[in-house]
Design a protein around this ligand. Sequence first.
Ligand SMILES: Cc1cc2nc3c(=O)[nH]c(=O)nc-3n(C[C@H](O)[C@H](O)[C@H](O)COP(=O)(O)O)c2cc1C
Length: 198
Amino acid sequence: MSQRAQRILVVQGHPDPRPGRLCRALAEAYADAAREAGHQLRVVDVATLDFPLLRSKDEFEHGAVPDTLREAQEAIAWAGHLVIVYPLWLGDMPALLKGFLEQVFRPGFAVGAARGDDRAGGLLAGRSARVVVTMGMPAPVYRWFFGAHSLKSLTRNILRFSGIGPVRTSLFGMVEAGGAQRRARWLARMADLGRRAA
Ligand SMILES: Cc1cc2nc3c(=O)[nH]c(=O)nc-3n(C[C@H](O)[C@H](O)[C@H](O)COP(=O)(O)O)c2cc1C
């Protein structure tokens, strides 16, 4: 292996825990190739976690992170590279993934805590990320006609705001149109990224 081994965390953001979803196949192709290339891998599967939704600013700033999410938070702290995979639902990430991020990306962990905290800015600096999104519409339509607004919200408001960068993106469009050859190309693309920890 020519490059330094990376610590990679794959966050599987598909709410359906059953196998067979494209998001799961893409994440597995990435993870398998990364492991084969000598990178260290951890996976957080949001669909299998039981946690409440965040309800207040007070809870966000001062409440404890649910016990069921502590390991996920620890995995983010451990990782040098995050890969977040999800399907586009109603133009955005699925609510379960958003609920997870609201619980985990807390002040004091992801960004400097409220007023009076002298640790300014993102606390997760030094990490890079890739966001992988599957969707029914053609990817260029989401990117150029809809302005990829929800993707920008994740990459800018959550990840870059926490100090994570660079943040790269992979969009897979018209996924329901099928075709074994297209699917094989997508998996190969993810495997290539996995090998490079990119
Ligand atoms: C609840 C729901 C909402 C969806 N909303 C959109 C959407 O807004 N735009 C879009 O292009 N595709 C939309 N889709 C299609 C999904 O993005 C597509 O089924 C998914 O990316 C396929 O990946 P998977 O096999 O991993 O589920 C939606 C699908 C579901 C189930």
